[in-house]
Design a protein around this ligand. Structure first.
Ligand SMILES: [Fe+2]
Length: 188
């Protein structure tokens, strides 16, 4: 279960689109999505100290690889839960395979952080929050990548999803243009 870091770190795109091209016919490959904002709310309700830990302890996220003929090596340091100046959750960073083995905090805070993330993940997989379904070839799944965590179940055989990203700025701009065209009035 993760938010999609991929090549974006500081500028992680808001909206992700996942286009299912190939899906194994046997069981497996089901998508799992869970509302990270609900996870944060429940964690805060259950154990405010854990919430504070995840919204304050910096974690080092790392993404290295090769794509489209170039090498990349992104590093981003940020807590799992990022709040705005009013204390509202504005972005969730979570991807176990992008978490660096270097943890830039003192050892006493490391143990506290692991306890907190265990609770966070348990809530994320709570059957009342998580949604599990199998995409069919041709389906496109889209969601707010700053808010929703996603993952998949194991599978055998071939599976291919192609991802794309959009900014809210672009989506909202396009929505206004279309509204304006359809209503034939100017919308600011
Ligand atoms: Fe992903």
């Amino acid at each position: 279960m993760a938010t999609a870091f991929h090549h974006f770190m500081e500028t992680m795109k808001n909206v992700i689109l996942l286009h299912c091209i190939i899906q194994p016919e046997s069981s497996g490959g089901e998508s799992e999505v869970t509302d990270g904002l609900s996870v944060c709310d429940r964690l805060k309700e259950m154990d405010e100290d854990c919430y504070k830990t995840l919204s304050s302890v910096p974690v080092r996220w790392i993404d290295r690889g090769h794509d489209g003929g170039y090498n990349f090596h992104n590093v981003y340091v940020s807590p799992v839960i990022c709040e705005d100046s009013c204390g509202n959750v504005k972005r969730i960073n979570f991807s176990e395979h992008h978490r660096d083995s270097k943890f830039p905090v003192s050892i006493d805070r490391v143990h506290i952080w692991y306890d907190a993330i265990e609770k966070f993940v348990k809530i994320a997989y709570n059957e009342k929050i998580i949604s599990t379904f199998k995409m069919k070839p041709g389906d496109i799944l889209t969601f707010d990548n700053h808010r929703v965590l996603h993952g998949r179940k194991g599978y055998q055989g071939s599976r291919l999803l192609i991802g794309g990203y959009l900014d809210w700025d672009l989506i909202k701009s396009r929505t206004r243009v279309l509204q304006s065209q359809l209503s034939n009035t100017n919308i600011n």
